[in-house]
Design a protein around this ligand. Structure first.
Ligand code: HEC
Length: 136
């Protein structure tokens, strides 16, 4: 009898531990709502120039490796895949800014100091991140 009671107590403990683990998993998801993950693998040489420009001018809001921050959405997200937001949308976003419409982060200001060619590099980098995350 005593043995059974002890077993139950143990089970309850294990259940609680599982719950804590599940909650912790949910919490880390909440800061990264749509499953975008920074890819752990090394950046290929051909997109490193784009990564440097992205890190310097976009990552403050869109996050390291495009996972998003409290200031801006993840670009590694299905709504920014090429059929939904083509490359021209990136050029336009940088050139004239973006009025908030998909999210509640506020407007994106236009970004000074980048040429169209720089933005092309950034786009190639973001597309690589998207493909790595199986967005498309
Ligand atoms: C000051 C913060 C900030 C910076 C810096 C920033 N963005 Fe944004 N960006 C935003 C926010 C906020 C949105 C989302 C607006 C919405 O749809 O609600 C956004 C949206 C976008 C979009 C989607 C445009 C669309 O048509 O919906 C693209 C593409 C984009 N950003 C690219 C960039 C690139 C590339 C850079 C760097 C050159 C950059 N952003 C820098 C805040 C920022």
């Amino acid at each position: 009898m005593l043995r059974v009671v002890r077993m139950k107590a143990w089970r309850r403990g294990a259940g609680l531990a599982l719950l804590v683990v599940a909650l912790a998993a949910c919490e880390s998801k909440a800061t990264n709502p749509d499953g975008a993950k920074p890819t752990g693998i090394a950046t290929p040489v051909d997109v490193q120039a784009g990564e440097a420009k992205f890190s310097a001018t976009c990552a403050a809001c869109h996050g390291v490796r495009g996972v998003g921050t409290k200031q801006g959405p993840p670009l590694v997200h299905k709504i920014y895949e090429p059929n939904h937001h083509a490359d021209v949308a990136f050029q336009r976003a940088v050139e004239i800014g973006v009025r908030a419409h998909h999210w509640e982060f506020g407007n994106m200001p236009k970004i000074e100091g980048l040429k169209a060619g720089d933005v092309d590099h950034i786009i190639r980098y973001v597309r690589w991140l998207q493909r790595e995350s199986r967005i498309y």
